[in-house]
Design a protein around this ligand. Structure first.
Ligand SMILES: Nc1ncnc2c1ncn2[C@@H]1O[C@H](COP(=O)(O)OP(=O)(O)O)[C@@H](O)[C@H]1O
Ligand SMILES: C[C@@](O)(CCOP(=O)(O)O)CC(=O)O
Ligand SMILES: [Mg+2]
Length: 395
């Protein structure tokens, strides 16, 4: 394997979004949650200028929101001398003091009020970039197939793909630069990218559980409980209809609202989180492929449906449902289908299990009714790959 990335060569990273089948919010307090990667990705392209092009800027283009940023490397050096003097591949948390300094760099650009939540993503970029690459001039372009701020883990896919591209262009990752395929990282390299991404998620979410960045890095189907990870092998079809209510929400605000409710009712909320823990564990063992799990697919689906409904009831109890989510649930219920919110709730996306034997005409009818109500429905492949890297041609 070659070990030097040539200047002017493009490094691409892609990381998937996710659905949470059970356990969102409760997982922040140590309950189990089950999540799967979906085949919708965020892409990051990173290029260091070739020696023939003298450049002294770090440029970031966020295509999904139509925003571009650039900073003279001199400005970065004078603002963040401590960070850029010690670029390192070992994950560290952004201190309050550094966060303030980075915020001054972000505030040098005007972000329209309607897109102000993107500022957290720009802070993440500057933190990850300067920590791993120092003040090298470069151009970074981000684009995503995921709806942003909708519960499908766009923040994690953003943090994971950025970490992946930054590490792949450092000495921390050993990949074959001459290959034109999408390449997976070793277990150790994945762990490093996941840990950096978690530091990014902390900036966006405040108090993330780590499930989103972990499933985005590793792909497949996982259970996370008190930080402990179990990989789930399933042979169930697990087809989901994803309905985007198009009601935008902010994960950090929803995590804070659950924390406040927990402060007001500590014992009651602890019981709710414990109930979610049982639901996630039961769901994990229902879908898990094992010799002791010999239920027919139809029986497994009925169990999953009931567990999804119970989880939704408890999410409502945590205060993170929304009238738009309730409308999707009652609409799908008319077709005898079970649904639950996915991600932080408060709007965003809803999952509806589509049993293997469900006729296409029912899927078409429920989709048409949801879309007629103004929602957007789509399907996504579940349980696919995680973070991958690809090297592009020279400029
Ligand atoms: N493709 C992207 N471009 C820019 N910022 C992004 C992108 N994807 C995610 N983000 C950042 O993540 C935030 C959304 O995260 P969050 O509220 O956790 O929603 P979710 O993770 O469910 O999509 C955005 O406001 C932005 O700061
Ligand atoms: C609410 C939570 O469980 C999931 C948040 O997912 P999303 O950002 O809404 O896609 C938070 C977390 O686990 O970190
Ligand atoms: Mg998020």
């Amino acid at each position: 394997m070659s070990s030097m990335l040539t200047r002017g060569m493009e490094v691409k990273a892609r990381a998937p979004g996710k659905i949470i089948l059970s356990g969102e919010h409760a997982v922040v307090y140590g309950s189990a949650a089950v999540a799967a990667a979906i085949d919708l990705y965020t892409y990051v392209s990173l290029t260091f200028p070739p020696p023939s092009q003298s450049s002294d800027t770090l440029a970031l283009q966020l295509r999904d929101v139509g925003l571009e940023f650039s900073w003279p490397t001199k400005r970065i050096r004078e603002t963040l001398p401590k960070t850029i003097d010690n670029p390192s591949c070992s994950p560290t948390s952004c201190s309050g003091e550094t966060m303030k300094l980075i915020t001054t760099l972000v505030e040098e650009h005007s972000i329209p009020e309607s897109k102000i939540e993107i500022a957290a993503g720009v802070v993440v970029f500057l933190w990850l970039y300067t920590s791993i690459q120092g003040d090298k001039p470069a151009k970074v372009v981000v684009s995503s197939e995921l709806p942003l701020a909708s519960g499908l883990g766009s923040s994690a896919a953003y943090c994971v793909s950025l970490s992946g591209a930054l590490l792949a262009s450092s000495n921390a990752v050993n990949l074959d630069f001459s290959s034109e395929d999408w390449l997976s990282l070793s277990e150790k390299e994945e762990k490093l990218a996941n840990e950096w991404a978690f530091e990014g998620e902390k900036i966006i979410h405040g108090k993330p559980s780590g499930i989103d960045n972990t499933v985005s890095t590793m792909g497949n189907l996982i259970k996370l409980e008190s930080g402990a990870l179990t990989s789930i092998k399933s042979n169930m079809p697990l087809k989901m209809l994803i309905t985007d209510t198009k009601v935008s929400r902010n994960t950090k605000a929803l995590i804070n609202s659950v924390a406040e409710r927990r402060d007001r009712h500590p014992d009651t909320m602890t019981s709710v989180f414990t109930a979610v823990d049982y639901i996630s564990n039961e769901l994990a063992s229902t879908i898990q492929l094992s010799s002791s799990n010999d239920l027919a697919v139809v029986e497994k689906e009925e169990k999953v449906e009931e567990l999804m409904e119970m989880n939704q009831g408890l999410l409502q109890c945590m205060g993170v449902s929304h009238p738009s989510i309730e409308t999707v649930i009652s609409t799908t219920h008319k077709y005898k289908l079970s649904s639950k919110l996915t991600g932080a709730g408060g709007g965003g996306c809803v999952l509806t299990l589509l049993p293997a034997l469900l006729s296409a005409s029912v899927v078409d009818a429920v989709t048409a009714e949801l879309e007629q109500r103004g929602f957007r429905c789509f399907h996504a492949g579940i349980g696919g790959g995680g973070l991958e890297i690809r090297f592009g041609g020279r400029l």
